[in-house]
Design a protein around this ligand. Structure first.
Ligand SMILES: C[S@@+](CC[C@H](N)C(=O)[O-])C[C@H]1O[C@@H](n2cnc3c(N)ncnc32)[C@H](O)[C@@H]1O
Length: 193
């Protein structure tokens, strides 16, 4: 989907929950706050949640309409909102992030690995990369989400990125939804010191 397609979706109605994904909240709650980037932040549910915990957060998305929703939501004024294509955007130098979060961004596999590899390079030693998205098996054994297998995640597909990190978790995970159980892929790792 292009930026204009996402703008149209966000203009029609709010798309995601106002609060963070439960797994992301569980993994990140309690970490000492630092500098974070939320790539493909959409309406900023995670960016606003992190900012509420004291993080200095930059939220990047190519949908200005989605980011405008986040900016207008409670806590939105505590986040830096950047309208940009994540495939070409980079944080200002010097870069030493404590967290890069990428939730439910689905791109062709080579773009995903290239983007996440760049993102690892933005981390300070000990900084974390958290990637969560629909698993490729969700199309056959789960519910909801995009149905094009070429843009979905899996443990194998994220393995080249995990190889750059000290991995805390790399797994297929279940996500309960009102429609049934969805299958996601989770990668959480730290840049070596
Ligand atoms: C499913 S939404 C997820 C939003 C948010 N991460 C969340 O979990 O609530 C996917 C988002 O990716 C954004 N997106 C897709 N491709 C992008 C790109 N190349 N550059 C920037 N944003 C992109 C869309 O605009 C959309 O907001």
């Amino acid at each position: 989907m292009q930026a204009t397609d996402w703008d149209a979706r966000y203009a029609e109605k709010a798309q995601w929950s106002t609060g963070p994904n439960a797994l992301i909240a569980a993994e990140l709650d309690g970490l000492p706050p630092g500098r974070a980037v939320d790539l493909a932040a959409g309406e900023g549910r995670h960016a606003r949640w992190l900012a509420g915990r004291g993080w200095d957060v930059t939220a990047v998305d190519f949908s200005g309409v989605g980011l405008d929703r986040g900016r207008a939501a409670p806590g939105g004024d505590a986040v830096r909102w950047v309208v940009a294509d994540v495939l070409s955007w980079a944080p200002a130098e010097p870069v030493a992030l404590d967290l890069v979060l990428v939730a439910y961004l689905h791109l062709p596999g080579t773009d995903t690995v290239a983007l996440l590899t760049r993102a690892v390079g933005w981390l300070a030693p000990g900084g974390r990369l958290l990637v969560l998205g629909h698993d490729v098996e969700n199309t056959t054994r789960g519910v909801g989400g995009p149905q094009d297998p070429a843009i979905l995640h899996s443990v194998d597909r994220l393995a080249p990125v995990a190889a750059l990190l000290e991995v805390d978790r790399l797994a297929q995970v279940e996500r309960p939804t009102p429609a049934g159980t969805a299958l996601d892929t989770l990668l959480l790792g730290r840049r070596g010191r």
